[in-house]
Structure formats: structure tokens, C-alpha cells
Design a protein around this ligand. Structure first.
Ligand SMILES: [Zn+2]
Ligand SMILES: [Zn+2]
Length: 622
């Protein structure tokens, strides 16, 4: 048996990589303190598991009665008393029999004790790497004893009582399995001090204000319906307008850059995906096949095989290359329902996709052109918080990655050299490549600082072999082309979700579903307002008129809530002077200007895709 100090030193090894050790100890200790408080206040409670998590901790309880958010304050107050009690966290090792005896009234803990006794599991029931065996230890503070590997603080008094907050109550199944009993989960957030806690709560509030699911409803951008199913959003007119404008923009950029656009079906035979390797590597993320009499059709999870068949339908000479095939390609992925929500996780998505077929000597230049397009498009959309990640193979993993060292080395070097030549910063991460080649990932960061891959550019020497794609080179020899798979704007779903949150729903003028609303002061100004509306609509702008009986302030407030960039107020003076009084959604007044002047302003801002409302500055206003 180990001494207490040894056990505490060992416990530090349980802190996950990248997790701040102080925060881990604080959060883990608070989980225990919360469990003590809950058991005291609700006798008969059984504890299940309570680990530290990102930003805080939780504990799952089997409670005698239902518990609601209104009960959290009482639990929190009791936790503060326990903190003030400066109770030591004591650890000791126990044998399996003593552990069974200590937790004899708690079936959850007994199950976990068995996992620890057998080996290969931790005290939360998670499998450990290499079926590792660990000692069974228990931690005690004050009256509470838990099956636990630590680590914890020395005593409860080391925790700042004003640096944590219980956030919510939800339900969770034991081991996440619906067949098991439903438990009550209480979440808390915890930090080093009050300032850190407040900063976190502020970020949460900001994330809620920008949440695309909420704004999607309020601004009528998209909707879901249970008759259609989870992860299958419908684009409402406002959202469809934003999407169409983004699609038109990127297609225009692609045409200028020499891409050719195609349409291809959303289905293909299962054999096609067997040949491409997707079936083997990707099957779990595809919908099950549609079984017909003589064939199986699958909803495509990617567009590459279709574009490859387009290339293969003709003979090519080196003079034809590069061939750039682009499509706003709709595809389907069988996302597990747990992780879906709004537009950011969906089961049907449309990717701003393209495949560039080129000779090996053209790869670097083509890749550089893609990067220039990426940089330009992001600048136009006002996206500034992103980073490049070079995703390489894990040399030790020949299972996941196509086995051809020379091919990998060459492709990885091409990406590196081009990024360096363009002077674009990047980090290298092994083990993140696609199965057939390395890729450049574009990482976005959301309001909460979470990083996610939005777009990728991949260099692929593998699929051209797989499909035996060829071209005739200068010396009349048959050669394999290289494929560059590239997305620029990700899927329309994720890009629009991102932009909704980036702009908190206040889109730049060129993307705004409604660009201006006419607000007549009284009924006698309606005819003039209609005239101005018609004129602007005729000129190609998206304009509405508010003919409701609301008072002028209510009309302005309404337009403000809908985040319409320009409110054009018209009364006697404006009718007289053939003008409009321009109010911006930012609250600023531009006062009266002739209709012709406003039209010129709107045209300039919209055509230059400016991010400002008044002049061509590339600065987001939100
Ligand atoms: Zn613990
Ligand atoms: Zn592809």
C-alpha cells in the first residue's frame, strides 16, 4: 500500500494533457464539494460520476426527488460553507473488499469498483489505454467519501468561493445509455478567481447573443421540422437570400479563376464509393444504401468521385491541364443525432467544392492560386479570425493512411513550400491528414474560442491511380494527373451559421436579406414611400415598406430588431424634396438626402461588398 503523499503525487498524472493543473484540481474538488452539499440537502441521494470538464465540472446523481434550477442557489450556499470549513482532502488506498464495503449502498459505485478491480477502467468507468491497472483509492473531505484517483486541492479553503457558479440541471443516462436509469446532472463552472469567472460568464452571454440558432429563428433565416428530421434544415426566404448571394459571389470568383461549374447527382452506385475507397474508410458516416433490385445506390458523402468521372470521360493532353471542375455540391452524412443543432451540424450540406486536375509540375502554382482565392474571399466576407493547419500523416499508422512514403513526402513538401513562398503562417499537425493525402486545413475560432476546421485543400496522388486517370504528356507518354480537392467557403450551412454569429445577424449590406425599409410617418406619405420602394427595387435592391399602423418609433424599433441596414423615414418634408431621411441600424442618422443620392450610396456600398454602412472601409460594424 502506498503512503498518502505518494498517492497525491501519482494523482497529478491523471490531469489530461493541455488541461491547466490548478483549474483541474479546483474543478475536481468542487465536484466533490457539490456532491457533499447535495447528499446533505437531499438525504437518500446516490452519487454516480463527477469529473472536471471544459470550463467546469459536473456530477451525476440518483436523487430521491426531482430537482430544478431554483434549487441551485441553496446547494451553492452550502458549498460555500464547506469551502470556508477548510476541510482537508485525504486520500488512501483500499483493497477491493473494503471498497465494496464502503460503497455497499451505491450500485453505481459498486459497478465502478468492479471495473477498477478488473483493471482497464478508471473511476468514471472509462477504458484506460493498454488496459492499465490502477490502485483503488478513495478521497475524503469532511463527511464525504468518494471513489477517486484525484488530484485535489490540499483543503477546501484553497478554493475561492466567489470563483464558481452552478449553471444548470439536466438529465443524463448512466453510461449515456437510454436503457439505463436516468440521472440528474448538475453543471458548474469554476475558475481561479472572480475576474476569470466573470470573463467566462460574459463570453457565454455574448455567445448566446450571437447564437445562430436563436437568430435563425428571430430573423426567419431557416427552420427545422420534425416531419423532415433532425439535421435537415429548410432555408427560409431571408436565409436563402444570404446563401444565394454567397454562392453567386464565390461562383463569380471561381469563373474568374478559370473554374468550370457542373451539376452532378446526389446519388451514385455503391461500387463507385468502393472504388474510391470512401466505402472502406467512410462507411460509418454515410447513410445506409438504398437497395434496389440489381444495384445499391448511396447518397454521396463527397463529390470527388463524380468529378473524377467527368475528367475520365475524355482523353486529355498536357495542353488541357489544369482542369478545374467546381460545383456547389450537395452531399449527405450520417451525423449522430446527439451532436446536431441549427446549421452547424447537419445531415445534408452543400459544399463549395472543386477538384483541380493538373500535372505534378503544376501543383504548387495551382495550390498557391487556391490560397489567394481563400484570402480574397475571406477578406470580402469580413472573416479575420482563422489560422492555417498543415495536416500530415502519422507515419506510424499504416492502417489509416495509404501506404506510399514517397508520395506522402512529396505532397507534404509541396504544401509546405507553397505556404512558405506565399508567406502564410501555419502549424503542422501529424495524424490529421485524409486517408489519401495531406491537407491544409483552415481553422476558425468561435465566440467561445473553440477551434474547428472549416475548409480544406488536399493534394491527392492516390485517387488518380485508383481510377486510372491519365493525360498524354509532352513526350507522348501516358501519365497520372494530381487532384487538388479544395473547399474555400466550407459548406453553405456552416458558412452561413458562422457569418450569422460573426455579425450577430447584422449582415453587411450586400448580404442583408432586406437592405432598406421605407417608413412613412403617416398614411398620406404611403404613396410616396411606395414610389421610392418601387424605384429602388427596380434598380435591383431588396427594399420593403412598413405600412403598418404602428407609431414611427415602433416601426424603427422593429427594423432595428430585424437588423435592416437602412431605415428611410419619409414625411411631408421628404415628399416635398423628393428625399429620404436615412437612419442606420447602428442608431446613427444621416439626415435627409435626395433619393438619387441614397440610391448611389446603396449601389456603391453593395457593389463594392463593403462591410461598412457609409463608406468603403473594410471594417465590420458589429
Ligand atoms: Zn473525484
Ligand atoms: Zn474531393
Amino acid at each position: 500500500m502506498n503512503a498518502e503523499n505518494d498517492l497525491k503525487a501519482q494523482a497529478d498524472q491523471n490531469i489530461p494533457e493541455g488541461y491547466d493543473p490548478d483549474l483541474y484540481r479546483i474543478r475536481h474538488s468542487l465536484a466533490h464539494i457539490m456532491a457533499q452539499a447535495v447528499i446533505e440537502r437531499y438525504p437518500g441521494t446516490m452519487t454516480a460520476i463527477g469529473p472536471p470538464i471544459e470550463n467546469g465540472f459536473y456530477y451525476d446523481f440518483d436523487l430521491p426527488d426531482k430537482l430544478g434550477e431554483e434549487d441551485l442557489k441553496g446547494i451553492e450556499n452550502r458549498m460555500k460553507e464547506i469551502i470556508r470549513g477548510r476541510h482537508s482532502f485525504r486520500v488512501r488506498e483500499v483493497g477491493p473488499d473494503e471498497a465494496r464495503e464502503l460503497f455497499r449502498d451505491n450500485p453505481y459505485k459498486l459497478e465502478l469498483v468492479e471495473g477498477l478491480t478488473q483493471g482497464g477502467y478508471d473511476e468514471y468507468g472509462n477504458a484506460l489505454p493498454d488496459a492499465q491497472q490502477t490502485a483503488i483509492t478513495v478521497y475524503r473531505q469532511d463527511t464525504f467519501l468518494d471513489l477517486c484517483r484525484g488530484p485535489h486541492m490540499e483543503h477546501t479553503g484553497e478554493i475561492k468561493f466567489n470563483a464558481f457558479k452552478l449553471m444548470n440541471v439536466s438529465s443524463a443516462y448512466w453510461h449515456g445509455d437510454e436503457q439505463n436509469p436516468m440521472l440528474t446532472r448538475i453543471y458548474g463552472t469554476a475558475w481561479r478567481d472572480k475576474t476569470e469567472l466573470h470573463a467566462h460568464l460574459k463570453r457565454l452571454e455574448e455567445a448566446q447573443r450571437r447564437d445562430h440558432r436563436r437568430l435563425g429563428r428571430e430573423l426567419e433565416l431557416f427552420m427545422g421540422h420534425e416531419f423532415i428530421g433532425t439535421g435537415l434544415p429548410i432555408w427560409l426566404p431571408n436565409g436563402a437570400t444570404v446563401r444565394r448571394l454567397i454562392e453567386e459571389y464565390i461562383e463569380e470568383e471561381e469563373r474568374k479563376a478559370g473554374y468550370m461549374h457542373v451539376y452532378s447527382p446526389h446519388l451514385g452506385k455503391q461500387e463507385l464509393y468502393e472504388k474510391s475507397g470512401h466505402w472502406e474508410h467512410y462507411k460509418d458516416e454515410m447513410f445506409p444504401p438504398i437497395e434496389l433490385k440489381n444495384e445499391n445506390l448511396v447518397l454521396r458523402p463527397m463529390n470527388c468521385p463524380h468529378h473524377i468521372l467527368i475528367y475520365a470521360s475524355k482523353l486529355h493532353s498536357y495542353r488541357d491541364l489544369p482542369i478545374r471542375i467546381a460545383e456547389l455540391g450537395t452531399m449527405y452524412r450520417f451525423e449522430k443525432s446527439g451532436k446536431m443543432g441549427g446549421l452547424s451540424r447537419v445531415r445534408a450540406m452543400t459544399l463549395n467544392d472543386a477538384h483541380i486536375f493538373c500535372s505534378p509540375s503544376q501543383v504548387k502554382e495551382e495550390f498557391a492560386n487556391v490560397m489567394r482565392l481563400v484570402e480574397r474571399a475571406y477578406r470580402t466576407l469580413g472573416i479575420a479570425d482563422y489560422a492555417y493547419r498543415l495536416s500530415l500523416r502519422d507515419k506510424a499508422d499504416s492502417e489509416k493512411y495509404v501506404d506510399n512514403d514517397a508520395m506522402w513526402d512529396m505532397a507534404e513538401d509541396m504544401l509546405r513550400e507553397t505556404m512558405d513562398a506565399l508567406d502564410l503562417p501555419y502549424v503542422e499537425v501529424p495524424g490529421e491528414a485524409a486517408f489519401y493525402g495531406p491537407k491544409l486545413d483552415i481553422q476558425f475560432r468561435d465566440v467561445l474560442g473553440r477551434e474547428e476546421t472549416y475548409s480544406t485543400i488536399q493534394i491527392d496522388f492516390h485517387l488518380p491511380n485508383q481510377f486510372d486517370l491519365t493525360y498524354i504528356d509532352r513526350d507522348d507518354r501516358e501519365c497520372h494527373p494530381v487532384i487538388i480537392h479544395r473547399g474555400v467557403l466550407s459548406t453553405m450551412e456552416r458558412m452561413v451559421a458562422y457569418l450569422i454569429e460573426l455579425y450577430a445577424g447584422a449582415f453587411p449590406v450586400w448580404l442583408a436579406p432586406i437592405q432598406a425599409v421605407l417608413i412613412p410617418i403617416s398614411d398620406r406619405h404611403i404613396a410616396y414611400a411606395q414610389q421610392v420602394t418601387a424605384r429602388l427595387a427596380q434598380a435591383g435592391f431588396r427594399v420593403e415598406i412598413d405600412e403598418s399602423n404602428n407609431r414611427i418609433n415602433a416601426k424603427i424599433r422593429n427594423a432595428q430588431l430585424r437588423k435592416i441596414p437602412y431605415m428611410l423615414v419619409v414625411g411631408d418634408r421628404e415628399v416635398q424634396g423628393e428625399s429620404v431621411s436615412v437612419r442606420l441600424r447602428s442608431g446613427e442618422n444621416l439626415n435627409a438626402m435626395p433619393v438619387t443620392a441614397f440610391e448611389a450610396l446603396l449601389r456603391h456600398i453593395a457593389n463594392t461588398r463593403s462591410l461598412s454602412l457609409v463608406e468603403n472601409e473594410k471594417q465590420p460594424e458589429a
